[in-house]
Ligand binder design. Structure first.
Ligand code: KG4
Ligand code: ZN
Length: 327
């Protein structure tokens, strides 16, 4: 069974075909990063206009080697995300579903990030996910810790109380003059630095929640005092985020006696984060390859496949829900 996935929730226009919920047949991502970089962040109006320009060519490319007759359903992200951007994907998906008489499947973007873990790795090895598993979703807008007991059974344990991990990376990069997007820029700068600067960690011991805004403010004060190396500041900031994400997730994994830990979202592309998880987790850790951690439509198609299997089809009145949450 093949599903066409469509993703336009933020600044990536993406379409992909996935077979059986795991085999990536095609995966096309048109990134708008270069357009938004000059403004230091995503400009919503520019993003939606750019989605309009690229969505049809991107879908055509994803479908280049696939016959429409072989497609069994259209999965599309309907939230959370930027309203204008989501509208482009949802309306195109509706139009195709109606014209081709195919079922429409609305997908939660955060669930989709988690389902990137079901996609075959770049080595082509099938991945085996075991329930119950603990999912850490760390993206530009979210830092959620979620217990998953089965398909579509999400129990949110923790979230960020202020900045998301990706947002913290983006803001820290701006403070350090490293440009946008911040995560990859900080990771690159940190390679030649030593994590020697004193930066705080908000442990919030009584809960599974996260908080990163104090860390960002502490970095700002350090930088404005002067006399520090950008590389050392990037390495120290990165390690502070990694320490908190890894320690709190592992503590929850032990408490809940889960079978696996699943990482996902753009920040899961960070090598220091994944190395610390692999070195310290008491159970196996699944991590999608970096290009499936950041926004893509293969994860949307994989998630849509499991909805479809469970008979969860959306009506043609599907609307966008910009503030949709998980669980
Ligand atoms: O999941 P994603 O592509 O889009 C959202 O759904 O938000 O995540 C984007 C976020 C950005 O904040 C970006 O700075 C961060 O993921 N990111 C990284 C890395 N690559 C992307 N953060 C740390 N290290 C990276 N290598
Ligand atoms: Zn995302």
């Amino acid at each position: 069974m093949k599903i066409l996935g469509i993703e336009t929730s933020c600044d990536e226009t993406a379409a992909a075909v996935v077979e059986g919920g795991s085999k990536v047949v095609s995966n096309v991502v048109a990134s708008q990063i270069d357009i938004h970089a000059r403004y230091g962040g995503v400009v919503p109006e520019v993003a939606s206009r750019q989605h309009l320009l690229t969505i049809i060519p991107v879908i055509n490319k994803a479908m280049a080697e696939v016959s429409w007759q072989d497609i069994n359903g259209i999965a599309v992200t309907f939230g959370p995300g930027l309203a204008g951007s989501l509208l482009v994907g949802v309306n195109v998906a509706k139009a195709i579903a109606l014209a081709k008489k195919l079922p429409l499947i609305g997908v939660n973007h955060l669930e989709a990030h988690i389902y990137a873990n079901w996609l075959d790795s770049f080595k082509g090895e099938p991945r085996k996910v075991e329930f119950p598993c603990l999912c850490l979703v760390v993206s530009g807008g979210h830092s959620d810790l979620v217990l998953m007991r089965g398909h579509r059974q999400f129990e949110k344990l923790g979230r960020t109380r202020d900045d998301a991990a990706g947002e913290a990376f983006d803001k820290a990069a701006r403070i350090l003059g490293l440009g946008y997007p911040g995560g990859p820029a900080i990771e690159e700068a940190a390679r030649s630095g030593i994590p020697c600067l004193p930066l705080p960690r908000a442990w919030l011991k009584e809960s599974h929640d996260f908080s990163f805004s104090g860390l960002k403010t502490a970095l700002w004060h350090l930088v404005h005092k002067g006399g520090i190396s950008v590389a050392d500041a990037a390495a120290s900031f990165q390690l502070a985020i990694v320490d908190v994400l890894v320690s709190k997730t592992i503590e929850a994994a032990k408490q809940l006696e889960v079978e696996q830990v699943l990482l996902s979202g753009g920040v899961a592309a960070n090598k220091t984060l994944t190395q610390h998880f692999i070195a310290n987790a008491p159970v196996s850790v699944l991590i999608p390859p970096p290009h499936l951690c950041t926004d893509n439509a293969a994860m949307v198609a994989a998630c849509g496949y499991y909805h479809f299997q469970a008979g969860r089809i959306s009506g043609y009145d599907l609307d966008v829900v910009p503030s949709l949450s998980l669980g």
